[in-house]
Ligand binder design. Structure first.
Ligand code: 5GP
Length: 121
């Protein structure tokens, strides 16, 4: 897999506002925040998409969710709540092909309306 900009953030070749790091993952502020809190939690091992998570990487994938909970508690948004999202490929809106868990919070979050396709039945 070729380098993405997230690999370069892990290597500190590109600046990022890093809020959490451990041996398996890194979390930093999204450059284009969609909520008062908008972080990206990424594994230090590059994995292109959810489709590419291997059996022996299940624990690593789960670690990202565990880290989200830790970070949310550190930020004091755990009780009010927050959203985690991981986009996959074109229909999911994925633009950076190094898996990343979005952590969004700090305000009540809506849910996008499903209006673009005629509903039947
Ligand atoms: P995706 O659309 O792949 O789910 O999410 C990619 C996210 O990366 C977007 O929310 C975008 O704002 C964020 N992003 C893109 N380039 C950079 C960057 O250079 N630095 C940071 N911190 N975030 C970035």
């Amino acid at each position: 897999m070729s380098d993405t900009l997230f690999t370069r953030i892990i290597r500190r070749e590109i600046p990022a506002d890093i809020v959490y790091e451990d041996d398996l993952c890194l979390a930093f502020k999204d450059i284009n925040p969609q909520a008062p809190v908008h972080l990206l939690i990424i594994p230090k091992t590059p994995i292109a998409t959810i489709n590419d998570i291997q059996e022996d990487q299940r624990e690593l994938a789960g670690h990202l969710l565990w880290a989200a909970g830790q970070i949310a508690r550190d930020l004091g948004i755990d009780e009010e709540g927050y959203r985690t999202v991981m986009n996959c490929n074109e229909h999911g809106g994925q633009t950076v092909f190094h898996i990343h868990l979005h952590l969004l919070g700090g305000k009540p979050l809506g849910w996008p309306p499903y209006t673009d396709v005629a509903k039947s039945g």
